[in-house]
Design a protein around this ligand. Structure first.
Ligand code: A2P
Length: 328
């Protein structure tokens, strides 16, 4: 029985959940007598079904379980949406050199009034900078552009693949060697990859420091289950880019009918779906009300039956970017 209809009340138990980084799954009711009045209190149960608000990576670093994506946000719009996200409670911001907004993200963080250590910041190495020397230089440029002296997470944005390079494995290993050195020197708190399929990940899993994150396209209608299974079996946390399918399938009638049952929006259903599957979604929006509502997914639980039905959706909203076939 799903208790999504029960009101969400901030209680000490909730604060406990937040402090200990666990997601409550459902509130249950306890009654007690207080000055003759029957008072109903909702206690939020701490459950550990992998649906955490904060994950601990394989090196012990903690990462907030929902991040804010910034792809396609530029200049002032990027500064403003990152500030709105931080205001709404996001503490995990995702950018990349490709997005051309590292400077704007850095500006928003500098001006938001939060301490640097309270925000988890990710950037990614662009494809033209693969290889040891170029990676080292690109990382310094990223830090300088962002006005930071360290990153929380640095990812290889896309793997080198046989589609473009005979020696693709060596290129990825060379890039990884540079990133590993930066990590060991304390310049980056955690390191990983993006858009790597299991066969791209495998050589890196044999190295001294294994990737802690793989950020892939993931949303109802495009689950990449083989990659998710590989990562989860090997201690690599999965992040979801475009958890909303880049906004394309928010009118989907099937998801709308499920969302209605829970009194939530389709966007919230999609984000919660990732959260319940132990994946970190990175929704993006430049609209403050959407930014806030996309984070408001911790007061309900999708039933197992509905999770299965959502997972069985036919392919919808796929970007078309298969890492082994893309032309960049
Ligand atoms: P906007 O930025 O104009 O608010 P994804 O994160 O999957 O790539 O999706 C991003 C797209 O989804 C953007 O076009 C964004 O539009 C839109 N979007 C983000 N949040 C919501 C929401 N809660 N409802 C509807 N559309 C949304």
């Amino acid at each position: 029985m799903i208790s999504h209809h029960l009101p969400f009340v901030k209680t000490k138990a909730n604060l406990f959940c937040e402090k200990y980084n666990s997601c409550f799954i459902f509130p249950f009711q306890v009654y007690y007598k207080n000055k003759g009045l029957r008072t109903r209190i909702y206690i939020l149960e701490v459950c550990l079904y992998g649906r955490k608000k904060i994950y601990t990576l394989s090196n012990g670093v903690e990462i907030p379980g929902i991040g804010f994506g910034t792809w396609q946000a530029k200049d002032d719009a990027a500064v403003n949406c990152v500030k709105a996200a931080l205001e709404a409670g996001y503490r995990h911001i995702d950018t990349a050199t490709l997005y051309r907004n590292e400077g704007s993200v850095g500006q928003a963080i500098a001006e938001c009034g939060l301490k640097r250590e309270d925000v988890f910041i990710t950037s990614k190495l662009w494809n033209s900078k693969r290889g040891y020397d170029k990676t080292m230089a690109a990382f310094e440029t990223t830090l300088e552009t962002m006005g930071l002296d360290y990153l929380d997470l640095y990812l290889i944005h896309w793997p080198a693949t046989p589609h473009h390079f005979e020696n693709w494995k060596e290129i990825n290993l060379d890039t990884w060697k540079a990133i590993t050195e930066l990590y060991k020197a304390g310049r980056i708190r955690a390191i990983g990859v993006s858009n790597f399929l299991p066969h791209h990940l495998e050589p890196l899993m044999q190295t001294e420091v294994q990737p802690m994150i793989d950020q892939i396209e993931y949303h109802p209608g495009y689950l990449q289950q083989e990659t998710v299974d590989y990562c989860q079996a090997n201690g690599v946390v999965v992040e979801a880019w475009s958890p909303l399918g880049n906004g394309q399938v928010l009118n989907d009638a099937f998801l709308a009918s499920i969302a209605e049952k829970y009194g939530k929006s389709v966007a919230q259903m999609r984000i919660r779906f990732a959260v319940q599957n132990g994946i970190i979604p990175l929704p993006k929006s430049v609209t403050p009300s959407r930014i806030a509502s996309n984070l408001d997914v911790y007061d309900f639980q999708i039933s197992d039956e509905d999770m299965k039905a959502i997972a069985a959706m036919p392919q919808t909203g796929f970007s078309g970017w298969n890492p082994d076939e893309v032309d960049f």
